[in-house]
Design a protein around this ligand. Structure first.
Ligand SMILES: C[S@@+](CC[C@H](N)C(=O)[O-])C[C@H]1O[C@@H](n2cnc3c(N)ncnc32)[C@H](O)[C@@H]1O
Length: 514
């Protein structure tokens, strides 16, 4: 969700312990996650539908054989109407929207009346939020978790599981019953599915890191807390499967509320809003009405789905956390990560790696490319990679500029290295383009090697998501390739007197393309 996504924009390293020697960590890897003319052709609304039933994992994967015994299929209207009824009885004021089946996002909030641009909607009161301060139905379990100073994310995941396990005795049972039984997210892809379908995209590695973080967090909790209190945290309930579900819910629904000092919360009802790239409005706490609201930045007519923004995310990031890919060319914030590496045969490999290391970088670094350009840090890395031994004294300055932590001198220029640096970036883009093209070509005839109809459905669904992602990422690379070739041609033909490629800022990314 718009603000939930901000949570993930920095790599979080939480530690918590009762005893300083025993530390549990959650490294929520992140990144960087919209939708434009909302269209029926979005991947999720192609005929291939999938309740993503089974991902038969192999060794080392989070096995997904059974799933959790709570939540619902998101196409079930029953749980949504029970949720709506419970919310009204529990203090949600009358709304101008209702949960309905929608074309974008399965279930969403649909306008019941005319809604003006600039109107405040929702008003969900704090008594309906789930936060780290929410009361535990199983008090004792809550006290144990608090004693260990468990950070917000694993704490909330454990809270959700604890309440879900209590079924109708939890005050949240109507909410939990309406949550998806299997949230759409890359957490539910097996390692072999990630390897097979996302082989060309850097998002594959981000998904692997995230799965490892979730697995590691669960293992830490089990070892340091659950195993010591088996009566409070029985393995039948607190297991890897339920943690994968809980983290999938948090990744796709948790909201960060800037006006509540950045507090993170699950906000029932508000979390039924789907994302659109065409809007910029996001959820926040409104101190005067004392509830979670958002202000519409467009008008809606009765029957139209109402949207918020989950943040300025690339298609890959939307797939990673939310499990969907906007239609090609419709996400103005889309980007693709390219991995630049020092050349192994470089005489100064050691000196360059050391300079990078000093600034927190490694010999291989990922940078985002947008359709409008790329960060100055990427160009600085390219200068370093191609610089000759005679420039050894500038390695540190280049490495510093390649690190986004450097605030003093970001915009370094080395006109004498320009041609080689651009060629280096072009070579990297072309290697990447050929990986995408190979995957996209093979995807047409890819053998899905299953006969079980549910599994086949799942594989078709994942393959379509991967094709959509790869197509959109390759499109950005094609654009970069075109611009780089043009610049190089100009340099080589001597017609470009001054390479004025650093003009214009595009939110943190220097604009290269016009
Ligand atoms: C915060 S929930 C929104 C409510 C959700 N549609 C439901 O039925 O529970 C986020 C999830 O909604 C879906 N979603 C949101 N925006 C979408 C979009 N533009 N296209 C497709 N699916 C979307 C994704 O499955 C995502 O993980």
């Amino acid at each position: 969700m718009a603000e939930a996504s901000r949570i993930l924009q920095t790599t979080l390293v939480h530690t918590f312990s009762q005893n300083p020697k025993s530390q549990i960590t959650l490294r929520a890897h992140s990144n960087r996650r919209s939708f434009p003319p909302i269209s029926k052709s979005s991947s999720l609304f192609r005929p291939i539908r999938c309740s993503v039933t089974t991902a038969s994992g192999g060794g080392g994967e989070i096995a997904t054989q059974i799933g959790v015994p709570w939540g619902c299929e998101t196409d079930s209207a029953e749980n949504a109407s029970a949720l709506q009824k419970w919310l009204s009885e529990s203090g949600l004021p009358p709304q101008k929207m209702a949960i309905q089946r929608v074309e974008v996002g399965e279930r969403g909030l649909v306008a019941l009346k005319n809604i003006r641009k600039g109107e405040n909607l929702l008003f969900v009161p704090p008594s309906l939020f789930i936060t780290a301060d929410s009361e535990w139905s199983n008090r004792e379990a809550g006290e144990v978790m608090k004693r260990y100073n468990v950070p917000d994310w694993p704490f909330l995941a454990t809270y959700l599981i604890s309440e879900a396990g209590l079924k109708s005795s939890s005050r949240w049972s109507n909410y939990i019953s309406a949550l998806p039984r299997q949230p759409y997210s890359l957490l539910y892809w097996t390692r072999s599915e990630l390897d097979r379908y996302l082989e060309a995209s850097e998002i594959r590695q981000r998904a692997i890191d995230r799965i490892n973080d979730v697995t590691g967090t669960y293992n830490d909790l089990r070892e340091k807390i659950f195993s010591k209190y088996p009566a409070l945290f029985p393995e039948e309930v607190f297991n890897m499967e339920s943690f994968k579900w809980a983290f999938g819910i948090l990744f796709s629904r948790l909201v960060r509320l800037p006006s509540m000092n950045g507090r993170v919360a699950l906000v029932p009802w508000a979390d039924m809003l789907n994302h659109s790239c065409e809007v910029e409005t996001f959820l926040d706490y409104d101190k005067s009405s004392q509830g979670v609201v958002f202000t519409t930045d467009r008008a809606y007519q009765p029957g139209e789905q109402v949207f918020i923004s989950y943040g300025k995310k690339s298609n890959g990031e939307l797939l990673l956390s939310y499990g969907f890919v906007p239609r090609e060319g419709t996400n103005p914030r889309d980007s693709v990560e390219i991995s630049l590496s020092l050349l192994k045969y470089d005489d100064c490999y050691k000196e360059k790696s050391e300079a990078l290391k000093k600034h927190g970088l490694s010999a291989s670094q990922c940078y985002p490319l947008q359709i409008t350009g790329w960060p100055v840090e990427l160009m600085a890395y390219a200068y370093l990679a191609v610089s000759p031994p005679s420039m050894v004294n500038q390695f540190d300055e280049m490495a510093a500029a390649a690190s986004n932590k450097n605030t003093s001198k970001r915009d370094v220029r080395y006109p004498e290295l320009e041609e080689d640096a651009l060629q280096f970036i072009l070579d990297t883009c072309e290697v990447s383009i050929s990986k995408y093209s190979k995957f996209l070509q093979a995807s047409g005839s890819m053998d899905l090697d299953v006969t079980n109809p549910k599994l086949l459905n799942r594989k078709l669904f994942l393959k379509q998501l991967a094709v959509d992602l790869s197509t959109s990422e390759r499109r950005i690379l094609f654009r970069a390739q075109y611009i780089l070739r043009r610049r190089l041609r100009d340099i080589r033909s001597g017609t470009l007197k001054a390479l004025n490629i650093f003009d214009g800022l595009f939110g943190g990314v220097k604009k290269l393309f016009n």
